[in-house]
Design a protein around this ligand. Sequence first.
Ligand SMILES: NC(=O)CC[C@H](N)C(=O)O
Length: 365
Amino acid sequence: MKVTQSQPAILLLEDGTVFRGNALGKIGTSGGEICFNTGMTGYQEIYTDPSYFGQVIVNTTSHIGNYGVVNELEEESASVKIAGMVCNEFSPIHSRKTADGSLQEYFEKAGIVGISGIDTRQIVRHIREKGVMNCIISSEILEVEALKAELAKVPPMEGLELSSQVCTQEPYFLGEESAEKKVAVLDLGVKKSILSNLTDRGCYLKVFPAKTSFAEMEAWAPDGYFISNGPGDPAVMPYAVATVKEIVENEKPTFGICLGHQILAQASGLSTYKMKNGHRGLNHPVKNLITGLSEITSQNHGFAVKMEELEANPSVELTHINLNDKTVEGLRRVDKPAFSVQHHPEASPGPHDSRYLFDSFVEML
Ligand SMILES: NC(=O)CC[C@H](N)C(=O)O
């Protein structure tokens, strides 16, 4: 069925709040955790970021779709990963010389259900106050009671292991085989731009599925390890924590980003918690406590490492702090060559202030 701007759709939140708007993307029904991203650009990178798997994204910038989509170049993985999209104004037409198509066609092809014509400021205020919750979008079930039954089937994000669903199923190589440094990547749902930041710095990569054992990765004799970003609740990934413990004990340089940071923290004796609202956008201020310099960062996370456990843990040092809410943004092991950040230094999309972290890692190798 061809979507038209006038076709109705409904967005139902877990607390019973109802928003009515217009259908976009595929005609259908889809639910997930409702999250807002405040970035003004980079929607295609967001939709294809595996860390957003299982989440419905509210794009708070007022106009979405106006620059279309570009295949591959702006994709962070091989498919659209979000569970749905909510926006205010959705542009059915686009304008960009290099675009390969419209966002509407892209969503239709990927089977993504969305809704437009929504006051996204109202939604953000609502979830900011009440905390993150599940939601469902439908352009086929317009009865609230019937939709409630569908929403009840959507699992809560807390307690969900999702990495094994979005990571590579087979190991693969990236970069020049003749490169001086070999990095083993533990793929928990890695973004392409993280990998290209490593290959651009002369690393040859072997990317392993999330549940690969340390022994299998070490058999490739890498110079260092990278622990990737990814979706889901880090507290229910004991398999990854156990692997990363072995990686760290092995004393090769190790770098983790976002979910990788949360796993490295757990492998170091810390724990994580679900935030009332996550950080998702392109302008989150972070202070590097080692240099004293601040950086504007790209972020996408709904869990965080417990700050209150740091003091009692002598093997870990806080390196970065979020200047908005004073949450943990970066850690390093004082006894091992391992460090990690909660924000996204690859910045795709986003400001490039934090890219020096890739340089630091490559220097350590
Ligand atoms: N971008 C990520 O790696 C996200 C990590 C984790 N799933 C969170 O939401 O906190």
